[in-house]
Each structure stands twice: as structure tokens, then as C-alpha cells.
Write a protein that binds this ligand. Structure first.
Ligand code: ADP
Ligand code: XUL
Length: 533
């Protein structure tokens, strides 16, 4: 093993909603440097809240593209001041919040190509964007465009079969369509459209970076099977999109060396490679080193579930993306809005605000909750699109209340039955060796994880990763250098941190929950119908 000043480093960035983060790994995959720039507090001149501007209509949500550029200036300066030796960095990769779009103005490619190392990026790129406020994933203002796209391709399911998802307002194609329809002058002044990820890669390359297959799957524009732009979707979205979007490439591609700007301003080596950037969820999958058979459950403000799948089976809910680490595979992504905030509300109402008492309630009630089932959608849920609180007793009769311990178990079981039901609909099945990888704030709670283990009939491992997207980006940078010669991602990341086993399923649980899942599915149908009447 080499040591000392020449040891190679790999840099992973994450342009997320609220901050830009970086992690630098050495060849043993140990972090040697971590840093970040918080948009609201460190770049207050952009006046964002949580990194975004919510417009007066309450639906349009954007971020200033120049804030992201300035954040990169600031981050690289911080790293330089901290003494990071950029000349040791062999490869850079990164991720961005998914779906967001960047509109480069005519002439921007020349500016990118001729960046002067004496000036920061922000000053030089001031006039390089035709749209200064980039739509981001929280935007829900393109409802009409979604309906139009589905109508043009033959319905929501057909669109899902082509692109991996039915039309979603935050998905980039629908945002592009909205720009074309509402601000055609800005659309015509655009020479290239990037995702947040490929925009960030372009800054490092000094020319436009291709969109990668995995993040490209979040646009309602890419055919996830042929891995090329879908003609019918492009045509239904806006004119001239082949030119404006440019090529789409495997996520493991080396896009080229860093531009001379980075060599001269920060001392990067001329041979440092830029590996395609991707979306934050695909990068997290890489950071967690998810394998076939695994399911990752992130229990944060909202809950997300990632799956590794071999055969895509897109449905009307959830998203199927091309895998960021293996061209032949896919990942499924499910988002649930009512996660930790709902668990907190029930904790406050039923167990006097104490997680300890919440846990005790779970320990004191049996798997299956004596047949009681609950649905707790405080806010309009994404998966499934339903709202309200619905409680059912063992005879499937709707009841108005449960006693506190039953309520706590009904909430946690209801959430995890839903995670399993919807994961199975997207092609997940438990195989021998299946693992559930849990992350996020609530993964600190062993009693919650026991219910997760019982319901998924699989051991639960916890991964204490607050920066899995950054870490995954650094892993991908390293893998990108050898991917062409056939080395698998997993061979490269063998030395990464191992998840810790927290619990295994209780012997009686499998039978209880296999039965319960069937009832849950039928009751969910009833809840959905009542939400829509
Ligand atoms: P974010 O999605 O904002 O990154 P985190 O992953 O940090 O959020 O998760 C924060 C949530 O974790 C809090 O809202 C809280 O409800 C939950 N949490 C923290 N500790 C516990 C615990 N012991 N048991 C259950 N939930 C917890
Ligand atoms: C996924 C999604 C978000 C963003 C921001 O579809 O919209 O998770 O990637 O993190």
C-alpha cells in the first residue's frame, strides 16, 4: 500500500437542497476530509429558506443557480485553506438533488471553456444562465404539463413503462415543458439543459457534461430499457430537445479530465478525472453499498425506500431508475411523506413525548397488534395518495380510536406494512440473504427496527450515514476509473464500513405478517377510495 504525500484521494460532492457537502476518501476508503456550505446561513445574499424560494402561488419552488456556483467557490476555498492537497485527487464525482434543471444561456459553453483561474466561478458565470431560478424537486406547478404528457404517450401506465414513473410535477421534462409554454423567450435563449448533477459536473469539466442514465431516469424523458431518450416523450415536451439535452451516458462513465481552471486555481492534477455525476438517491444507494436482495429504509423527516431490482416492473406509484453502479440492474425508489413527523405526533399524544415510552408500548404489544390496523396520513401521502387517519379492528370495521399502546403499534406496523406492500409491487421479494439496511434519525430506535425486521422477515442492519450521497459519490469516483476494465463496484468498495446487525425477525412474526399484509392491502384500497370521494 502506498503512503505519504502521493497517496491517491477521491473526492465526492453532494449538491443537496440545503447545502453542498464534500467528502474526500483515501484508497482505503477512509475519510480524510469532510466539509460543507450551508446555503441559508453561509450565502445569505440569496435569501433562501431551506435552500429554496417558495413562490407566491405556493406551488413553484426554485433555487438560485448562481448560489450553487458560489457555494462551489466557497467550498473549494475552504478546502484549500484546510490544506487539502488537490494534486493527489485522482477522480471527482458527485450528486445533486434529483429532477432540478439548469438552463444554460447561448454562449455559456464558450465561457465555461475559457474560465480564468484568477477569478472565481461565480463572477465569470453571472451571465451564463437563461433561467436564474432553477426549478427544484419540491416544485409542484406543472400539473397541466403532466396531464398533457400522459395523454400524448397513451396514459400514465404507458409513461411509467417507458420512463420508470408516471408523470410527476417535479420531474424535469414537465418543468421544461412548462418553461417552453410560459416563457418561450427564455427557452429560446437556452443552449443546453442540465440536471443539477450534470450542471455540477460541467463546472469541473469546463464543458457540458452528459446526463447519466440513473439521474436521467427522473425526467419522464428517458426510456429506461433502451437507455436512450424516448422520442415520443421528447416530442410531447418541447422542440429541439435532442440538441438541448445532449447525450445520455452510463453513470460509471469517465467524462474527461478536470478543466485547466481547476489545475491552475487549486492545483488539481491534469490527469484528475471527472466521473459522471448522478442523483442524490442513486448516490446514496452506492454509499450504502446496497446489493441484490437488500432493501434500504431511510427513516428521516420523510421515509424513503430504495431497492435493488434486476427486472424493472414500473407501476403507477414509485420510481424505477437505471442503477447507478450496474448497467444491467435497476433501482426502485419510493417516497413516503408521513414518516418521522407522524411518529413524533403519535409519541406526543400517546406516550407524553417520550421515545422511551413509545418503545415500551411497542414491546408491550404483540406482533400483529391483535388484528388492529391503522393508516396515519397527517398530510396528503405520496405512496399511496391518501389522507387522514383510519383505524380498523380485527373484523375490518372502522373504529374511531385505539388505546395508546395499540395506537403506537398500529402506526409503526401500518407504516412498515405499507413500505413492504409498495416495495413488493415494484418487484421486491425477500430472498435468502436479504437484508434491511436502516438509516435516518429513527434508525436509532431498536424497538422500531424490531417491527421493521418482523414485517420484512429479514435481519435489520443499521448504517449511521448522514452523508451517504457524498460517500457514494466518492466511491463512484474511484470505481469510474476502473469500471471500463470490467471491475465491479462491489469489488472496489469492499473495504467500506460494514453495517451493524441490530435485530433479527422473531420466529412467529413471518406468518402473522404474511396474513396481515393481505388484509392491509385490501384496507388500503378502502382508504384510498374514501380519500377520493
Ligand atoms: P432528515 O430527513 O431531516 O435528515 P433525520 O434522518 O435526521 O432527518 O431524522 C430526524 C428524525 O429522527 C426526527 O424527526 C425524529 O422524529 C427521529 N428520531 C430521532 N431519534 C429518535 C428515536 N429515538 N426514536 C424514533 N425517532 C427518532
Ligand atoms: C426523489 C426526490 C428527492 C430529491 C431531493 O424523487 O425528489 O429525494 O432527490 O433529495
Amino acid at each position: 500500500m502506498s503512503s505519504g504525500p502521493d497517496r491517491p484521494l477521491y473526492l465526492g460532492l453532494d449538491f443537496s437542497t440545503q447545502q453542498l457537502k464534500v467528502v474526500v476518501l483515501d484508497e482505503d476508503l477512509s475519510p480524510v476530509h469532510q466539509d460543507g456550505v450551508l446555503f441559508d446561513s453561509e450565502l445569505p445574499e440569496f435569501r433562501t429558506q431551506g435552500g429554496v424560494h417558495v413562490h407566491a402561488d405556493g406551488l413553484t419552488v426554485t433555487s438560485p443557480v448562481l448560489m450553487w456556483v458560489k457555494a462551489l467557490d466557497l467550498l473549494l476555498e475552504k478546502m484549500k485553506r484546510a490544506g487539502l492537497d488537490f494534486s493527489r485527487v485522482r477522480a471527482v464525482s458527485g450528486s445533486g438533488q434529483q429532477h432540478g434543471s439548469v438552463f444554460w444561456r447561448r454562449g455559456a459553453s464558450q465561457t465555461l471553456d475559457r474560465l480564468h483561474p484568477d477569478q472565481n466561478l461565480h463572477l465569470q458565470l453571472q451571465d451564463s444562465f437563461s433561467v436564474l431560478d432553477s426549478p427544484v424537486w419540491m416544485d409542484s406547478s406543472s400539473g397541466q404539463q403532466c396531464q398533457d404528457l400522459q395523454a400524448a404517450v397513451g396514459g400514465a401506465l404507458r409513461l411509467a413503462q417507458i420512463t420508470g414513473s408516471r408523470a410527476y410535477e417535479r420531474f424535469t421534462g414537465n418543468q421544461i415543458s412548462k418553461l417552453y409554454q410560459s416563457q418561450v423567450d427564455k427557452f429560446q435563449d437556452t443552449e443546453r439543459i442540465s440536471l443539477v448533477s450534470s450542471f455540477a459536473a460541467s463546472l469541473f469539466l469546463g464543458h457540458y457534461a452528459a446526463i447519466d442514465y440513473s439521474d436521467g431516469s427522473g425526467m419522464n424523458l428517458l426510456d429506461i430499457r433502451t437507455k436512450s431518450w424516448s422520442e415520443i416523450c421528447l416530442e410531447a415536451t418541447a422542440p429541439d430537445l435532442h440538441r438541448l439535452l445532449g447525450p445520455v451516458l452510463p453513470s460509471t462513465s469517465v467524462l474527461g479530465p478536470v478543466s485547466s481552471y481547476f489545475v491552475h486555481r487549486y492545483g488539481f492534477s491534469e490527469s484528475c478525472r471527472v466521473v459522471a455525476f448522478t442523483g442524490d438517491n442513486p448516490a446514496s444507494l452506492a454509499g450504502m453499498r446496497l446489493r441484490q436482495g437488500d432493501v434500504a429504509v431511510s427513516l428521516g423527516t420523510s421515509d424513503t425506500v430504495f431497492l435493488w431490482i434486476q427486472e424493472p416492473r414500473p407501476a403507477l406509484e414509485g420510481h424505477v431508475l437505471v442503477s447507478p453502479v450496474d448497467l444491467q440492474a435497476y433501482m426502485a425508489l419510493l417516497c413516503f411523506k408521513n414518516g418521522s413527523l407522524t411518529r413524533e405526533r403519535i409519541r406526543n399524544q400517546c406516550t407524553r413525548g417520550s421515545w422511551e415510552c413509545f418503545s415500551a408500548a411497542l414491546r408491550e404489544t404483540p406482533p400483529g397488534n391483535n388484528g388492529n390496523i391503522g393508516f396515519y396520513f397527517d398530510r396528503m401521502e405520496i405512496t399511496p395518495p391518501a389522507v387522514g387517519i383510519h383505524r380498523f379492528d380485527s373484523n375490518d370495521s372502522e373504529v374511531s380510536r385505539f388505546c395508546p399502546e395499540v395506537e403506537v403499534r398500529a402506526l409503526v406496523e401500518g407504516q412498515f406494512l405499507s413500505r413492504r406492500l409498495h416495495a413488493e409491487r415494484l418487484g421486491y421479494c425477500i430472498i435468502s440473504g436479504s437484508r434491511v439496511l436502516a438509516t435516518g434519525g429513527a434508525s436509532a430506535n431498536k424497538d422500531i427496527l424490531q417491527v421493521l425486521s418482523d414485517i420484512f422477515s429479514a435481519p435489520v442492519y443499521s448504517l449511521d450515514l448522514s452523508n451517504s450521497a457524498c460517500l457514494g459519490s466518492a466511491y463512484r469516483a474511484l470505481h469510474g476509473l476502473v469500471a471500463e476494465s470490467g471491475v465491479s463496484f462491489y469489488d472496489v468498495v469492499k473495504k467500506g464500513p460494514e453495517p451493524q446487525l441490530v435485530c433479527t425477525p422473531q420466529p412467529s412474526a413471518e406468518q402473522v405478517y404474511d396474513q396481515m399484509l393481505k388484509r392491509f392491502s385490501q384496507l388500503e384500497e378502502r382508504v384510498l377510495q374514501s380519500s377520493h370521494t
